[in-house]
Every structure is written in structure tokens, then in C-alpha cells.
Ligand binder design. Structure first.
Ligand code: SF4
Ligand code: SF4
Length: 575
């Protein structure tokens, strides 16, 4: 054990407010990990919410752990110090139950690194009665757990608030104490929303295609995603405050689930239906943020869709508190929201048209037209905001060169409009390759060839470089290559992640694919067949595969799908 590393955690803890440490012996300890740095993990509101839920029980004590910074990882390894929890600096391998909250595919490699640093066996089937049970939840666990199935004993599918409690009711039940590991996992597999992969055999045919998913034991054929009906029943705010987060905000979740039906959007499909916290509930969080002298960060899939957004903004601003939002929908933004952001010092407004051409915006069902962008910019300039950022995706289904040119043309028009209204600020294009996500209508769709995507990136950049104050930023296609495979990955990809981990992590991923003779094109550049069994087919998001397929056909016909509305029973989520 290295005392300097222990002290470093204690120092971080001293800078926090709101964490809990319980006297030993009364509560069962739960190690909750975020598979990235402290800085990133503590900026994630879902992580705070689950921490709070676990500690709100009278039988559990939650302790956090994170991936140490790069220079510290060397110190852990060199001094043989196991990864430790923040609260009591307990080695990870001393916890009987370890959970991860996973939001991004690229963090899969960090999970293995953290388990390895914590001296926990990586492979679920090698863990014995003495080893911890490892669980995982969060968006990535929900839409496709298979690439992690070699390492994780049980996944929480859907929203964690209720399921983690139901899970812990079983796990902590004294009558289950004498069960073997397998018997306990079997019991946990009966909890709604808990998927235990070892009870689901994935069978491949002679062509190495997934041909069947068999359950030998008496576990649900399909695991139903869980979601909470009443957001007000649970808190949705920062629990632990510290200066050491991304934007140093007091986060408040206004809404969950999105009813806009953008066809590429995993969050829109896996977390429906849209629900909002009551204004009273949100206002009850403000005194705490005020006392802590924090800027309020409003969180939600589409902040401007919150029905009382103007009232909320004016309450925050009337108390002289600054606020921010990550982005908003250009078709529902209000002048009041934009004013509140400008008064809070926000210098850039972010809009997400995702595409330049009307055709692609119809295919993805974004519902944002150019007039909405003009209107938002006009509101922003009225309020004194000079700079704008556009989120754009390249490689969407049925895209061609005209659609790429349309991105350039739209950018120029918007920049000219900014100038016409007197703004000399910067227009930044933030461009990402499209990645097909499971449980969306585009789950069957091939990703565009990344070499072609890079050519498009270069084209956009060169066309726009002659314009002053237009910046173009791209996501690395190297990462998109890995992310695309992980997103639609099956159990074979689990082996690849393991092999990559043994050889240095994500940078060894391509080599690991070769080791297992896995053709990346099968995962990235192939339109999956309608009848094909998909690795995530043992999960039930509340709608059928047929519903998604029809939505894909509607997309290809460039037809619009209307938003969720009260009384709607279209997709099957609302009964
Ligand atoms: S507006 Fe579209 S992209 Fe944004 S969260 Fe909703 S469904 Fe997703
Ligand atoms: S049933 Fe209708 S309202 Fe409910 S989530 Fe589905 S589309 Fe939205």
C-alpha cells in the first residue's frame, strides 16, 4: 500500500461536500465505479443519483472509485497498490459487490483496467465464491451489454433508481447469505430489469452468425427495461459537490426520456417516454445550489422541451443565480431561456441540426428546419451571445455528396445571417461520424466508410476555410471505428476487448480483432438483415423489433414521425 496514493484520495475527499461515510459493520458496502477519471465521473449526474439511492437504504453504504490519472496509474502499478475507494480507501478487491455506471463505449477498456488495478479477476467465469459480484448499469449496459458479458456478472437494464433497490433487496436479504454464487445470480436474474448473461447462451452457426439465444435455466426469455413513472419520486440533483468537475455546476435533471423520435438517438429510444420533474420539485433544489454558490446546470435530453422552462429560468435568475444548459432544441427554444443563459455569461449557444440537407433531417426525423436555426441565432444575438456551435453528423443513411455540400452551404448561410445581425463571433461546426446504435431504427444500418467520411471532413474544411470565423472540428475516426464495433458488438467482441486489454487497451483493439480473425466490416459496414438475430435481442425496451423496422422504412421514405403525446400507445412503451 502506497501512503501517498491513499493521501491523494483523502485530499480529494476533503475538497468535497455531501459524501457519506457510515460506521463499519452495520451496512453492506457497495463499490460504485465510474470507468473514467474522477473529473469526468463526478460530472455525471446519473452517477450521483445512484450513489444517493444506495446510501438512502438503511442496509447499504456506497463508496466511489474512479480510474486514476495516467501518471498515478504508473504509481499504483509500480507500488503494487490496489485501486481504492474514495470514502474509506478500501481496496477494490475487498468489496463483495462492485458496480459500474457506463455511459460511453470507449470506457469499456477502462473497466478492465480498473478491475485489474483493483486486483479483481477480470473474467466472470473465473470468479469463485470469494470473489466480488460485478454489476453494471447506465446507457451502454441498457442498449447492448454483450461486449461486456465476459466481465460483468449482472446488468441493470434501464433506469437504475428502482432496479438497484430491488436488486439490493435480494442481494442483502439474510436468507440468501448461504447461497452459492450461481444460486444468488439466479435469484438476481428474477429481479425485473436484471440481465445475468451466464444464463443466456449465444449459439453461433457454421458461418459464425448468431443463430440462437438459449436460456437453459428458468430465467426470463426477455429482460424488460425498467423506467420510473414518476420522476418526482426520486431526486435528480448533484449529491456531492466539489470544484473538481468539468464545469463546476450544481446539476439538476429537469426531464428524462425524449419524445422527439430522432431515429439515430439511443437516448430517445431507450429512455422513453418523456417525463418531467414538477416545477416545485426543481425549485426546491435551488436553495442548496445558492448556498453552495454554484452555477445551476440544467440537464435533460431536450431542455427547451421542459413545459415550464420560462418560469424555471426566471426563478433561477430572480435569485441572481447563473445557469447553463448543454444544448437545446432550436424549434422550442424561448427568448427567456436564451436571455437567462446570456445573463449567466454563456458566450456560445449550441444548436444540433445534425445535418445540412432537408432530406437527411427528414430521414433522421430531427424536426429542425433552417428557419429554426435562424430564429435561435436571432434570439441569441438579441440577448448578446456572439458565438454559435452546430452539431453535425456525417455518414447517415442514404447520404450522398449533395448532403455534404448542403452542410457547407447551410453553414455559410448561417454565418452570413450572424453577420447581418451584427455578430462578428465564431460559428463552430462540430462534426461526428454517425454510429448505428442498438434499439434504434438505425440499428440495422451500416456506418459510412470511414475513409470516405475523412474525405468529407477534408472537403468541408477546405470549403469553409476561406470564411473568417468559421471553425470546423472533427471527431477522430479511429475512435469511431472502435466505437462502432463496440456499439453493435456481440459476445465475440468481449474476447477482443479482453485481448486488447492484455496488450495495452484500445490502441491494441485492431490487432486483437485480427487475432480472432474478426472482420470489422461485419460490424461496421454491413446493413444487418431484417430477420437476423441481434445480440441484444434478449432485451425488451418496451417496443417490438417490428416497430423499429417500420420506423426505418418510414425514414427511408423521408417521412416524418410525430412526437409522443398524451394518450399515445403507438410504440408499446405506454400501456
Ligand atoms: S431531440 Fe432527438 S437527439 Fe435530442 S434527445 Fe430527443 S430524440 Fe435524442
Ligand atoms: S407509446 Fe407513444 S407516447 Fe408512449 S413512448 Fe411510445 S410513442 Fe411515446
Amino acid at each position: 500500500m502506497n501512503w501517498k496514493l491513499k493521501q491523494q484520495l483523502q485530499e480529494m475527499l476533503k475538497q468535497e461536500q455531501g459524501y457519506k461515510i457510515f460506521p463499519g459493520g452495520f451496512r453492506k458496502r457497495f463499490a460504485l465505479g465510474y470507468p473514467n477519471s474522477y473529473f469526468v465521473g463526478m460530472s455525471n449526474l446519473g452517477f450521483h443519483i445512484i450513489y444517493d439511492q444506495i446510501n438512502n437504504r438503511n442496509d447499504s453504504a456506497c463508496e466511489r472509485f474512479f480510474l486514476p490519472d495516467k501518471n498515478l496509474i504508473d504509481d499504483y502499478t509500480r507500488t503494487h497498490t490496489p485501486l481504492m475507494s474514495m470514502e474509506t480507501q478500501t481496496p477494490l478487491h475487498d468489496f463483495a459487490l462492485i458496480g459500474f455506471a457506463i455511459s460511453f463505449e470507449m470506457d469499456y477498456f477502462n473497466i478492465l483496467q480498473m478491475l485489474s488495478l483493483g486486483k479483481v479477476k477480470l473474467l466472470a467465469n473465473e470468479r469463485t465464491e470469494k470473489d466480488p459480484i460485478i454489476i453494471a448499469g447506465g446507457p451502454c449496459a441498457t442498449f447492448n451489454p454483450e461486449p461486456l458479458s465476459l466481465f460483468i456478472d449482472a446488468f441493470i437494464i434501464g433506469e437504475g433508481e428502482e432496479t438497484i433497490n430491488n436488486f439490493l433487496d435480494v442481494y442483502n436479504d439474510p436468507s440468501n447469505e448461504n447461497l452459492s454464487r450461481k444460486e444468488l445470480l439466479f435469484k438476481l436474474a428474477q429481479v425485473p430489469g436484471v440481465y445475468v448473461p451466464c444464463f443466456y447462451d449465444h449459439i453461433y452457426d457454421e458461418n459464425n452468425k448468431l443463430s440462437a439465444i438459449k436460456t437453459n435455466d428458468d430465467v426470463p426469455q426477455k429482460v424488460s427495461r425498467q423506467w420510473i413513472r414518476d420522476l418526482d419520486a426520486y431526486d435528480g440533483k448533484t449529491v456531492i459537490t466539489t470544484e473538481n468537475t468539468e464545469f463546476n455546476l450544481f446539476l439538476i435533471e429537469t426531464s428524462r426520456g425524449c419524445g422527439r423520435h430522432c431515429r439515430f438517438c439511443m437516448a430517445g429510444y431507450c429512455f422513453r417516454k418523456p417525463r418531467h420533474r414538477s416545477l416545485d420539485k426543481l425549485l426546491s433544489y435551488l436553495p442548496q445550489a445558492k448556498n453552495l454558490n454554484k452555477k445551476v446546470g440544467l440537464m435533460g435530453p431536450a431542455i427547451s422541451d421542459y413545459p415550464q422552462i420560462n418560469e424555471l429560468c426566471s426563478h433561477i435568475r430572480n435569485q441572481d443565480m447563473p445557469m447553463s444548459v448543454a444544448s437545446f432544441r432550436a424549434d422550442s427554444v424561448t427568448q427567456e431561456l436564451v436571455n437567462a443563459l446570456a445573463q449567466s455569461g454563456q458566450r456560445t449557444l449550441t444548436l444540433a441540426p445534425e445535418a445540412g440537407s432537408e432530406k437527411i433531417r427528414h430521414i433522421i426525423n430531427k424536426g429542425i428546419e433552417e428557419e429554426h436555426l435562424f430564429k435561435s441565432i436571432s434570439m441569441g444575438i438579441n440577448a448578446g451571445v456572439k458565438n454559435y456551435r452546430l452539431y453535425i453528423m456525417v455518414g447517415l443513411p442514404n447520404e450522398d455528396e449533395n448532403d455534404i455540400k448542403a452542410i457547407v452551404d447551410m453553414t455559410i448561410r448561417l454565418k452570413q445571417y450572424m453577420e447581418k445581425l451584427g455578430s462578428k463571433g465564431t460559428l463552430t461546426l462540430s462534426i461526428n461520424p454517425f454510429i448505428a446504435k442498438p434499439c434504434t431504427p438505425f440499428q440495422w444500418s451500416a456506418m459510412a466508410d470511414l475513409k470516405q467520411t475523412e474525405k468529407y471532413f477534408k472537403y468541408i474544411k477546405s470549403e469553409l476555410k476561406k470564411y473568417k470565423n468559421i471553425e470546423v472540428q472533427f471527431e477522430s475516426t479511429k475512435e469511431s471505428f472502435i466505437q462502432g464495433i463496440l456499439a453493435r458488438g456481440d459476445r465475440k467482441i468481449s474476447q477482443v476487448i479482453y485481448e486488447a486489454h492484455l496488450n495495452g487497451g484500445s490502441k491494441a483493439f485492431k490487432r486483437a480483432l485480427k487475432t480472432f480473425k474478426i472482420n470489422a466490416d461485419d460490424y461496421l459496414y454491413r446493413n444487418f438483415d431484417k430477420e437476423e438475430l441481434l445480440p441484444w435481442d434478449s432485451l425488451d425496451m418496451g417496443f417490438t423489433k417490428d416497430y423499429l423496422w417500420k420506423e426505418l422504412q418510414t425514414a427511408l421514405q423521408e417521412k416524418h414521425t410525430i412526437q409522443c403525446f398524451d394518450g399515445c400507445k403507438r410504440c408499446g412503451v405506454c400501456k
